[in-house]
Design a protein around this ligand. Structure first.
Ligand code: PA5
Length: 394
């Protein structure tokens, strides 16, 4: 599968300048994290919402003859992604014609099931597989994330090598030497023993901010469950929140430091930001500026991380800091894998299934009903009654 993914990416790099990912949730956020972290050499855009303003503007600005769309959906029926697909397919058909349009679509979906797989068979689109048993939020190291990453020019072998290296560390049976088990256990205990039911992921790096957005659904959808695996009532889960240092020191930090004692702040620190910007020395006579001269911007950022960590600890607020020597595909692969294993380990401690998300289905069904999908007439009536009730009450 890896060879197929690489070959297709290489072929399309020769034909196209831009790859647009159409997907949502786990089918999009891993790619956003990859693109945010490592400088792409080819343009990849992730369209992960159905806001007509942003999606319309994106489409308006594309040269379709040099663009390929990667439709990603494990289930092959997610309403948002299917709607985007229908719009794009129609546009390509009208602008490029019935012979060429199919060359501009690559579908990543389940190998057997779902409407998209059926469409691949019927229309002959090029396709990649989401491996059986791998759900969206755990799929970044499959074709879901690897194909856009390879198109972007990323060294995906290094990414996988990083994940494999972390895997070897996560096999250690001793909790203290197993980083994923230790992390999962610490967060689980913080939540269940100390009522720290919010985990804030706060990278001190803009390049890792999308990684925090990838982590949020991993933690939320995997652990937020009504029932244990035995069917007993559970209603467990720790709420993930994303923040970025130093920006959110001027936004959320006040709450973290003095608000309810219900949070663990998990900082990601980059020892080497990959570049440094020296701060010129000037205004030596002004105490509030003069001290900055001669330092670097990355140095300031990292010192702020130490300062904020200590300030929170002084307020008796728990902080976990993960330090990366550098941000590159190898360390990023480690990070993805670490959090995936930590999540599965925490799920075992909570005694819940990390791989399903039954709580989101009601919303999907009510959307299908309103959009007129057959079989969802009861849901349509329920929404109509709800909207009428709101209108009559206000
Ligand atoms: O992690 C998950 O399973 C979800 O976030 C899904 O990725 C998201 O709902 C999109 O699903 P699909 O890939 O089936 O379109």
């Amino acid at each position: 599968a890896l060879a197929v993914t690489k070959a297709l990416a290489a072929e399309l790099r020769a034909e196209c300048d831009t790859l647009v990912v159409l997907g949502i949730g786990g089918s999009a956020l891993g790619t956003k994290a990859l693109l945010g972290a490592v400088e792409p050499t080819r343009r990849v855009v992730v369209a992960d919402n159905v806001d007509p303003w942003t999606f319309g503007k994106l489409l308006d600005g594309l040269d379709l003859t040099r663009t390929v769309f990667n439709v990603i959906s494990k289930s092959g029926e997610t309403a948002e992604t299917m709607a985007q697909f229908l719009i794009v397919r129609d546009l390509l058909l009208r602008q490029l014609g019935a012979v060429d349009y199919a060359k501009h679509i690559v579908i990543t979906t389940d190998s057997d099931a779902g409407a998209l797989r059926q469409i691949v068979h019927d229309e002959g689109f090029r396709a990649l597989e989401v491996p059986a048993g791998v759900g969206g939020r755990f799929s970044v190291l499959t074709a879901v994330g690897l194909f856009p990453a390879a198109f972007a020019g990323m060294r995906i072998d290094d990414l996988l090598a990083g994940a494999a290296w972390m895997d070897s560390r996560c096999l250690d049976a001793k909790l203290w030497r197993n980083p994923a088990h230790l992390l999962g256990a610490l967060l689980y205990l913080a939540d269940t023993r100390h009522q720290q039911n919010v985990v804030v992921m706060m990278p001190y790096s803009d390049r890792l901010h999308p990684f925090a957005s990838w982590f949020a659904p991993l933690w939320a959808e995997s652990l937020g469950k009504a029932e244990t695996v035995d069917g007993a009532p559970a209603h467990v889960g720790q709420t993930p929140l994303t923040a970025v240092g130093a920006t959110d020191q001027h936004s959320l930090l006040q709450l973290f430091a003095e608000g309810p004692v219900d949070k663990v702040v998990m900082m990601l620190r980059l020892e080497d930001h990959g570049r440094e910007l020296p701060i010129p020395a000037a205004y030596a006579d002004l105490d509030s500026l003069g001290y900055l001269g001669g330092a670097g911007l990355g140095q300031l950022l990292n010192r702020e991380q130490h300062a904020t960590e200590l300030a929170l600890v002084q307020q008796q607020r728990p902080v976990i800091t993960l330090s990366l020597p550098q941000l590159n595909p190898f360390t990023l692969g480690q990070l993805f894998y670490l959090f995936e294993v930590a999540t599965v380990f925490a799920a075992a401690l909570y005694h819940v299934n990390p791989f399903d998300q039954p709580g989101v289905h009601a919303s999907y069904r009510l959307t299908y009903g309103q959009m007129g999908r057959s079989g969802f007439e009861t849901e349509r009536a329920a929404v109509e009654a709800w909207v009428a009730r709101k209108r009559s009450e206000y």
